[in-house]
Design a protein around this ligand. Sequence first.
Ligand SMILES: [Zn+2]
Length: 315
Amino acid sequence: MAKPFASSADLGEKKQSMEVLAEGVYALTAEGDPNVGAIEAEDFLVCFEALATPVAAREWLARLREHTDKPIRYLVLSHYHAVRVLGASAFGADVIVTHDKTRELIAERGEQDWASEYARMPRLFKEPGSIPGLTWPTATFSDTFTIDLGGDRGDLVLAYCGRGHTEGDLVAWLPKRRIMFAGDLVESQAALYTGDAFHLDWSAATLDKVASFGAETLVGGRGAVARGRQGVEAAIAQTRDFLTVMLREVGAAGSVREAFERTHRELEPRYGSWPIFEHCLPFNVSRLWDELHGVERPRIWTAERDREVWDQLQR
Ligand SMILES: [Zn+2]
């Protein structure tokens, strides 16, 4: 029997866990669904990631409001993917921050990405009619963007680490607490999505840069919070291993079909039970095949191209 498309048959609600990582630093994880976070400044809040719809975001904000009633000054979006950004209107933030490239990607492919992600993961789009349109950043940067949290709370540093999960990912780094929100550049016990990625850069210089911060707590894009120096290093190593195996197997294959079979065979024993593994792999292999055959920038995923690649590879 054919496998159901992407995560279209995954309709079971995931359990959300609110975690206080340090005083005034919050993460909401959800068994492999996209993670979100918030950081308290002296007299305002910085929120990290916006979920897929305003209705989904408002549920997160209700949990956050049990801890703090400070106004939301900044909404930081790690990259352009729809399930991270389309809930932005619920935050009422004064400033929406992304990397420069993320703004360009929203303009270039935001509409197509919205349609593609909605079809792939309908469960994440709670009341999709509540989305008012694409989310546009109001402040962008190329290297770093620093937010002074006031009092003795130190800075929150937004940093670009190179091309990775997309062309414009950022990480949010709290030096004083040694806590990092890494977006989808690092996953902890959740499969990687690499359909818009730059595998060669990501697996090498970009992850080296992420590791160089020396975080002691790391919230990845999906999966559990990584704790302790060893836990953070393990999450980064696992992300790198996933990419390295893909690079080796796709690089050795003579066709995209063979690339999929080889990659699936090698990754499945270790990662097959992790959230969205089967969902992601056809899109991942398709992109990496392109990357290794001279297609510099990821091709735009449309709902139609999604189906074609799925039917070709995931059968
Ligand atoms: Zn993503």
